[in-house]
Design a protein around this ligand. Structure first.
Ligand SMILES: Cc1ncc(C[n+]2csc(CCOP(=O)(O)OP(=O)(O)O)c2C)c(N)n1
Length: 591
């Protein structure tokens, strides 16, 4: 018997078939010359294509989709400027380890390198900010490139993968052949931790007197929140959750000390500084967490577990390095600790330490002063959280509103919080919220954005309105680039060079350009405004009651509010301030 002749299809048809095969249900993108052949078969596919207004929006939407659903997010763009518009989002996904696949059209293979119309070497441009990339010039290679791209993006340490496909490869004839196995000989991420390292870690944990579970975003990526809870409750060790890990451990849990770092809680920062053992899980000793590295947690030994061996001992030398998937590491640690307790009667005793850090937690609970007049931005964030609950997803932009969101939203579940932590990308919130809502249509999705950030990507409101993606946008409008203004207040003698945005009302001398309510309406959204705490709850309730179109609320807030606590950049965590020129009183005698 001879095999029936293979069906001859185009490379573009093969691409769409491959994407269906890996289970893609949503793509965010914009067509153009080089990628156009792919858009023709996409028209007939079951895959939903969301036509964005800017490729950066497609990239962040893919990130939001990925963070919300745990699946790989997909964005698509044409060659040249289409592809380069994706760069910021790809860099963002790289720094925050978000699994996305970016598919770009490339000029025809025969003219690559000739400065052809809309040619950009996007593979070269993104090489340092992708986990891997492909340039496909033969249609026969499309299915395997897609299969490998999705595998690489989603396994090991997740990250962005680029698949750049030349126009002739999309147009040329081929037959669809799905690879039986992936040809990735050099790529074998270690997910099973080494037993000996786990035993070493368990021993250090039992011997420690002041341990801290230093939890990073890797715990969320590894879906390890349930295991973490078991470990924390078994050992009764206090937990800190980094900006990327908010929600990995419930805020309501008494062992949770909150967020460490530049704008972290006194309890979390103080606990790390005084600790004798950091049990580091999927975190990377980012400079925003450590402050001045030399003086970070000076007396602590370090257990460092990460799926990426390159992270271990990168910034801080690990006494016990563990390479592995956070979920497996934590589960193994639990077993090793139980065994150690049963067989050797070795159990850690941390009650004095716990009462010290609990004391810090109650004495320095996150708080703020309300202004004599006007709306406090922190109150807005608190009330949105209180009225929407932990089932909602919260997506932030970058700046003061991001930090207030990280501090004042009640985080109870993993994937409740999406933000741009590593890159700090203004413009992330609206498109990432769009991606999250497209991935989980039944969830309430809030973007909490700054008036500066919002102006970078708010054109995606058109996409949300037309595509039926009813996100809720809270613009925390302080009429300025608030976080930069805060630094100018603190470090540049109040010289506010180029931070006034004039989005506020006339009463503060601003010109309300643009008027966010009118802007929302122009985009087919509902626009609301709130200027006083008296109607704050009503406005939020109104936004929560509208579920068929996107809602934008212009929260006109007081502009001089600052984010506290703060560890000034480059200084030691020991110099944390709870307000201007005010250091906490540690009462170390308690320890
Ligand atoms: C793309 C980009 N450009 C510049 C910055 C530097 N930056 C960080 S925060 C910030 C101000 C953000 O202002 P806004 O969105 O109004 O938020 P606020 O701090 O007022 O809450 C700026 C300009 C950045 N992080 N990202």
């Amino acid at each position: 018997m001879t095999e029936p002749p293979a069906e001859i299809i185009t490379g573009a048809q093969s691409l769409v078939r491959a994407l269906e095969r890996v289970g893609v249900d949503t793509i965010f993108g914009i067509p153009g010359g080089a990628i156009l052949p792919a858009y023709d078969p996409l028209f007939d596919s079951s895959i939903r294509h969301v036509l964005v207004r800017h490729e950066q929006g497609a990239g962040h939407a893919a990130e939001g989709y990925a963070m919300e659903t745990g699946k790989v997010g997909v964005c698509m763009a044409t060659s040249g400027p289409g592809a380069t518009n994706l760069v910021t989002a790809i860099a963002d996904a790289y720094l925050d380890s978000v699994p996305i696949v970016a598919i770009t059209g490339q000029v025809a293979s025969g003219v690559i390198g000739s400065d052809a119309f809309q040619e950009a070497d996007i593979r070269g441009i993104t090489m340092p900010i992708t986990k891997h990339s492909f340039l496909v010039t033969d249609p026969a290679d499309i299915p395997s490139a897609i299969a490998e791209a999705f595998h690489i993006a989603s396994t090991g340490r997740p990250g962005p993968v680029l698949v750049d496909i030349s126009k002739d490869a999309l147009q040329g004839p081929t037959s669809f052949r799905w690879p039986h196995e992936l040809a990735l000989p050099g790529y074998r991420p270690t997910s099973r931790p080494h037993n000996k390292q786990i035993r070493e870690a368990a021993k250090l944990i039992a011997e420690a007197r002041k341990p801290v579970l230093y939890v990073g975003g890797g715990v969320i990526k590894a879906n390890a929140a349930a295991e973490l809870k078991v470990l924390a409750e078994l050992t009764q060790i206090p937990v800190v959750t980094t900006l990327m890990a908010r929600g990995a451990f419930p805020d309501s849990h008494e062992l949770n000390l909150g967020m460490p770092g530049m704008h972290g809680t006194v309890a979390a920062v103080g606990a790390l500084q005084r600790s004798d053992l950091l049990i580091t899980l999927g975190a990377r000793f980012d400079d925003r967490v450590t402050g001045n590295l030399e003086s970070f947690a000076p007396n602590a030994k370090v257990v460092h577990a990460d799926i990426d061996p390159a992270e271990i001992s990168k910034n801080r030398t690990a006494d016990v390095p563990i390479v592995g998937d956070a979920r497996e590491v934590i589960a193994d640690l639990v077993r090793a600790l139980q065994k150690q307790a049963e067989e050797d009667a070795l159990v850690g005793e941390y009650s004095a330490w716990r009462s010290f850090v609990q004391g810090l937690k109650s004495r320095f609970a996150p708080s703020y002063d309300k202004p004599a007049e006007g709306l406090a931005p922190q109150t807005v964030v608190e009330r949105i959280s209180a009225l929407s609950g932990p089932d909602a997803t919260y997506v932030a932009g970058v700046g003061q509103h991001q930090m207030w969101s990280a501090q004042f939203i009640d985080f109870e579940r993993p994937r409740q919080w999406l933000n741009s932590g590593g890159a700090g990308t203004m413009g992330y919130a609206v498109p990432a919220a769009m991606g999250a809502k497209a991935g989980a249509p039944d969830r309430v999705v809030w973007a909490i954005d700054g008036d500066g950030c919002f102006q970078m990507t708010n054109q995606e409101l058109a996409t949300c309105a037309l595509e039926g993606i009813p996100v809720k946008i809270a613009v925390i409008n302080n009429s300025s680039l608030g976080m930069v203004r805060q630094w100018q207040t603190l470090f540049y003698e109040g010289r506010y060079s180029n931070t006034d945005l004039s989005t506020g009302p006339e009463s503060i001398g601003a010109r309300r350009i643009p008027d966010f309510v009118k802007l929302a309406e122009a985009y087919g959204c509902v626009g609301l405004r709130c200027e006083s705490e008296d109607d704050l709850d009503d406005v939020i309730a109104k936004a929560l009651s509208i579920n068929d179109v996107p809602v934008v609320i212009d929260f006109v807030v007081e502009r001089d509010a600052m984010v506290w606590p703060m560890v000034a950049a480059g200084t030691s965590n020991d110099d944390i301030k709870i307000a201007r020129d005010l250091a906490p009183d540690w009462e170390e005698d308690d320890l």
